[in-house]
Design a protein around this ligand. Structure first.
Ligand SMILES: CC(C)(COP(=O)(O)OP(=O)(O)OC[C@H]1O[C@@H](n2cnc3c(N)ncnc32)[C@H](O)[C@@H]1OP(=O)(O)O)[C@@H](O)C(=O)NCCC(=O)NCCS
Length: 180
């Protein structure tokens, strides 16, 4: 897709990320609390955020994955991202990923942004099923998904090796609600 569509929610805008967002992206992903239960280490340098932006652009242009910046509607400052990846077009299925700046957690921003992306995925991208894979200790992420209708479907021990530690994952899925 040449340009990601801009999606609005009451307080947020999901929009394409640009070079000017690199410092904000670095701010989000350099925080160890944000990366703790993901398979990536925290960003150590601004260059890590620039590289993320390049991967996001390539993913979108190659129609392989879509990653929106989550921006504050009033300030347009990026406070997180939401991603559709591992997109299997033949099966209308994709994985969902997301992150919000740690100092803004528990204000409903994650649920608001991810909920809008899910709506877009089912209504406009013809996706039929979304999946997520969450560390069982990541209570906020599990809660967010279950609030949005995701159902626990399985458990995979030792899915990721992060900093020398094996991390388990809970598998969750959501079938497009109107056809389930
Ligand atoms: C997961 C994440 C996006 C949630 O963002 P957020 O903006 O705080 O989400 P919300 O405020 O919409 O909702 C969080 C919900 O989890 C709950 N929650 C948060 N921490 C919790 C905890 N430790 N135990 C139980 N519930 C918790 C909140 O109370 C809230 O539920 P409620 O609305 O019923 O009160 C954010 O924590 C994050 O970026 N984490 C790091 C990245 C990450 O783990 N991504 C997902 C990888 S699978």
């Amino acid at each position: 897709m040449e340009q990601l569509p801009t999606l609005e929610t009451p307080r947020l805008v999901l929009r394409q990320l640009e070079l000017r967002d690199v410092p904000a992206l670095f701010g989000v992903f350099s925080n160890r609390r944000v990366t703790r239960y993901t398979s990536h280490p925290p960003f150590a340098a601004m260059q890590d955020a620039e590289e993320l932006l390049t991967r996001i652009d390539c993913g979108r242009l190659g129609d392989v994955f879509y990653e929106w910046g989550i921006a504050d509607q009033k300030t347009d400052v990026v406070v997180g991202t939401v991603t559709l990846f591992h997109w299997e077009r033949a099966h209308h299925r994709a994985d969902l990923g997301y992150a919000v700046a740690a100092d803004l957690w528990n204000r409903g921003f994650g649920t608001e942004a991810v909920g809008r992306a899910i709506e877009y995925a089912f209504q406009e991208l013809d996706l039929h099923r979304l999946e997520a894979d969450v560390d069982p200790r990541n209570a906020g992420s599990l809660r967010l998904l279950e609030k949005l209708g995701f159902v626990r479907e399985g458990f995979r021990p030792h899915t990721y090796l992060v900093d020398g530690e094996w991390q388990d994952s809970v598998l969750l899925g959501l079938v497009r609600p109107d056809v389930r």
